[in-house]
Design a protein around this ligand. Structure first.
Ligand SMILES: Cc1ncc(COP(=O)(O)O)c(C=O)c1O
Length: 376
């Protein structure tokens, strides 16, 4: 938790207690434009123009909102491509949107698995699959960093491949934002969504983010609309017509929770101070060092599933115990008992992520010692 979060939350309760509804307008930290205060920092983190980003809802909600606008199946063009073993919520969202559009996920949901014997995907394999789907393909939804393997993808390459066959490209940045530099605007992504409770440290159930490329800012895209997405200048005239605010703001549904925005603002202050490039530099050192020691000392018992190429990963390393799932579970428990907090992902993955904002060399030494003791 960023140390300034308790005072940021206390400030909101103080405004509430003393100003009540007037806190929307009269205070120097007025609630009405509060979401504007996270916009520029979020835009910097995801390589976007300010108009292209908004903090709202949660990741899965935003994904549904984006799919409602960007998944427009027509004729033969009905397929959505995702990675096999995508995060379940993404798969649920995509499958349910296909059904809502009158399609059949068995036919229209395509899941790309690694080649036999491999854990991660070859970039050329993704290009070839998109090209082969061709006019059947309506949309590609891809992670920035895959949650189970830690594989990082080249968003510009995937977006270009999708656009080349006439499909839209959307990204789930849950494990990428605040972890690796992201360049959504230049990558020409159509949309992206992310949560803020992983590397962004904005707290449990923190408010999520959404990106819509500038080229769609004024487009008359059908959407699931709400009053907060209506033109901010006339919203309170309470008219019946919906006229969207240009840009990502036009997808807002409701007035946002200030209690969710305040911790995000507090956390973004830290990212603004340090900058994602400096964090990435340290992350490359930490994760590179960790991987090299694991390879040198534990190669007989541990397999690193995450690509060895630093460009194809962020902080995270996904580890598999060669002796099998039970041995993996006991290693994870042994690490946990020694105060090393990674996590276990079924069926057999231990994820560890030295996060440069708050981990240091001592933490990595403790992690390695826990591996040594746990494996012995
Ligand atoms: C890759 C990925 N997608 C989607 C989600 C779901 O996020 P939310 O609970 O905010 O909808 C998560 C949550 O951990 C995730 O890791």
């Amino acid at each position: 938790m960023p140390r300034s979060v308790p005072s940021a939350l206390a400030r909101v309760t103080e405004q509430w207690a003393t100003l009540a509804v007037e806190a929307h307008f009269t205070d120097r930290d007025a609630w009405m434009p509060y979401h504007e205060r996270v916009r520029d920092s979020l835009a910097r983190l995801v390589g976007a123009r300010p108009l292209e980003v908004v903090a709202m809802n949660t990741l899965t909600t935003n994904l549904h909102l984006m799919l409602a606008s960007f998944y427009r199946p027509k004729g033969e063009r009905r397929a959505i491509l995702i990675e096999a073993r995508a995060f379940p919520s993404d798969r649920h969202a995509v499958a349910s949107q296909i059904e809502l559009a009158g399609g059949d996920p068995k036919r229209d949901l395509i899941e790309l698995a690694p080649l036999p014997g491999e854990y991660t995907l070859q970039p050329a394999q993704i290009d070839a699959t998109i090209a082969a789907l061709g006019e059947r393909l309506a949309l590609v939804l891809w992670p920035g960093v895959q949650y189970a393997t830690g594989q990082r993808f080249d968003l510009a390459r995937i977006a270009a491949a999708a656009h080349a066959v006439g499909a839209a490209a959307g990204f789930d940045l849950a494990h990428a934002v605040g972890n690796v530099p992201v360049d959504l605007h230049d990558a020409k992504a159509d949309f992206a969504v992310w949560c803020s409770y992983k590397y962004l440290n904005a707290g449990p159930g923190a408010i999520a983010g959404c990106f819509v490329h500038e080229r769609h800012a004024e487009a008359e895209l059908p959407r699931m609309a709400g009053w907060w997405g209506h033109d901010a200048g006339t919203r309170f005239q309470m008219g019946p017509e919906f006229r969207p605010t240009p840009g990502a703001d036009g997808w807002q549904l409701s007035n946002p929770s200030i209690f969710a925005l305040a911790p995000l603002r507090a956390s973004l202050d830290l990212f603004d101070r340090v900058g994602i490039d400096a964090l990435r530099q340290r992350s490359l050192e930490f994760t590179g060092y960790l991987a090299s020691v694991i390879d040198a000392e534990f190669a007989d018992s541990l397999q690193i599933l995450t690509p060895a190429d630093p460009l194809q990963r962020g902080c995270q390393l996904s580890l598999r115990v060669r002796a099998g799932r039970d041995a993996g579970k006991s290693l994870h428990a042994a690490m946990h008992a020694r105060g090393v907090i990674g996590d276990w992902r079924e069926p057999d993955v231990i994820r560890v992520a030295p996060a440069p904002l708050y981990n240091d060399g001592d933490d990595i030494a403790r992690l390695l010692q826990a591996l040594r003791e746990g494996l012995s």
